[in-house]
Write a protein that binds this ligand. Structure first.
Ligand code: URA
Length: 233
């Protein structure tokens, strides 16, 4: 792919804008040599204003999603894309969230521009487990684990029962729930079906990939080993 198109696709501007970047000598190699639009050079050596290019397509990011931010492109309030560099919202192929977390759910949120990978992660067939930590309005009764594991729990207005899920009670009002599906408001609706109410909800892992110590609101690109870990649990 021509350098102008490649850099424009990364969101650095229209092809006209990027042509202007070349004309102004702002696109260089790692040694500061000015590059021309027809040059063929390794991706890793390209600099714009002395900074390495953003990662190429095939990008996968993890974010520690804060409260009160929506997994949407268009929302009157703050959206998760506002936490990324503005260029990332105009890349082609487009970067999308891998599934969604509610506005009031925090924790591990993935993004990718790789449609096939996105579908592999969210496909119910892939059985990628998602682990949530919930704090609850009322003490757990003791029978919720059995209900969630039954494979027969039917949520309101759903046609299929939920796949079995695993509940681990940490404290009377604090539990970890592992699910393999991603239905609308699933965890909140599961606890509601058990007569409780979720007060706070955080996703702490997706497959074998854990949120770890990533600060709230922070994000970073994943390497190939970390992407593989998503499918390794
Ligand atoms: N289940 C929910 O209820 N909310 C989320 O954000 C994710 C899972």
């Amino acid at each position: 792919m021509k350098l102008v198109k490649l850099i424009a696709n990364l969101g650095y501007g229209s092809r006209k804008d990027v042509t202007q970047l070349f004309r102004s000598g702002r696109v260089t190699d790692a040694d500061g040599e000015v590059l021309y639009a027809d040059d063929v050079v390794p991706y890793a050596t390209i600099r714009v204003d002395d900074e390495p290019l953003d990662p190429p397509p095939g990008l996968v990011l993890m974010m520690n999603k804060p409260l009160s931010v929506t997994c949407s492109r268009k929302d009157p309030g703050r959206v998760v894309y506002d936490l990324l560099p503005p260029r990332y919202s105009v890349r082609s192929p487009a970067l999308s969230t891998v599934g969604r977390l509610d506005r009031d759910t925090t924790g591990l949120l993935l993004f990718t521009d790789d449609g096939a990978l996105l579908h592999r992660i969210i496909s119910p067939k892939a059985q990628v487990s998602k682990v949530y930590e919930a704090t609850l309005a009322q003490d757990l009764r003791g029978d919720e684990g059995e209900l969630f594991a039954s494979g027969t729990l039917m949520l309101e207005s759903e046609k299929e029962p939920l796949a079995p899920a695993v509940l681990e009670v940490l404290r009377p009002r604090h539990a970890q729930l592992t699910v393999t599906e991603g239905r609308y408001h699933q965890v909140r609706r599961m606890f509601a079906a058990a007569g409780n109410h979720v007060e706070t909800l955080q996703r702490i892992s997706v497959g074998g990939l854990a949120l770890g110590e990533l600060p709230v609101g922070a994000w970073r690109a994943l390497d190939a080993g970390e992407v593989a870990r998503i499918f390794a649990a």
